[in-house]
Design a protein around this ligand. Structure first.
Ligand SMILES: C[S@@+](CC[C@H](N)C(=O)[O-])C[C@H]1O[C@@H](n2cnc3c(N)ncnc32)[C@H](O)[C@@H]1O
Length: 209
């Protein structure tokens, strides 16, 4: 099923770190996952991946997408670091603030009824979240070993049988990027709990057995 033109345009114009093919894969998976249970994204940033995932939820019309981010940017997005974007700097807050960009993109894409933004550190949110099951979990928050493993340990057990675990920025070759998401995928596969469904560029998809 094609993505609505309005949502596709917003997703492609949004600041972010996701290829169109990766976004389309998330869209297809959220069409299925959101039919069973809510979806959760860790790492909203300005909403690029959020729009693809939220559009799948809207299209299916059953369960929403929760998207969590503290909206202060990851380490590499701070002033002076490689991925710092001055347009996202808030003088009032004295640092990066991506929340207004997320909200603007959700509104422009017509997804405010289907995406529920949560402003929080992801593992902190998990400590107060009642088990209810997730149809899809997308991990794209902090990229340190500690963050990535923390997100997996906090959230992966919530994914229902048949539900999807998607991990972004998975680079088997260290020359292509940081290794923490790759290590997470190796760990998840070693548990035997997940079926490997393949990769779309740096997006790896697993399904709970
Ligand atoms: C790589 S960006 C996400 C990119 C986004 N998914 C996209 O499609 O453009 C990572 C995001 O994770 C957020 N983040 C980093 N560590 C976090 C944590 N511990 N809890 C919540 N959000 C976190 C950052 O603020 C940043 O917005």
């Amino acid at each position: 099923m094609p993505v609505r033109e309005q949502a596709r345009r917003v997703a492609e114009e949004a600041k972010g770190f996701l290829a169109v093919a990766e976004g389309m894969r998330l869209y297809e998976l959220s069409l299925e996952g959101s039919a069973w249970a809510p979806c959760l994204e860790i790492g909203s940033y300005c909403g690029k991946s959020t729009v693809y995932l939220g559009e799948g939820c809207r299209e299916t019309g059953r369960h929403p997408l929760f998207t969590v981010d503290h909206h202060r940017g990851s380490e590499e997005q701070q002033p002076g670091q490689a991925y710092f974007d001055p347009a996202l700097y808030s003088a009032e807050l004295g640092g990066t603030n991506t929340l207004p960009w997320l909200l603007r993109n959700l509104r422009r894409a017509g997804l405010e009824d289907w995406v529920i933004p949560i402003i929080s550190e992801s593992t902190r949110l998990g400590r107060f979240w009642s088990p209810g099951g997730l149809g899809l979990l997308f991990i794209d928050g902090g990229h340190s070993e500690e963050d990535v493993l923390g997100d997996y340990r906090t959230w992966a057990h919530q994914v229902i049988r048949g539900g999807y675990l998607c991990v972004h920025d998975v680079f088997p070759d260290p020359r292509d990027g940081g290794q923490a998401p790759y290590h997470l995928v190796l760990h998840a596969r070693s548990t035997g709990a997940w079926e490997y469904l393949g990769a779309e560029e740096s997006l790896v998809v697993l399904r709970r057995r």
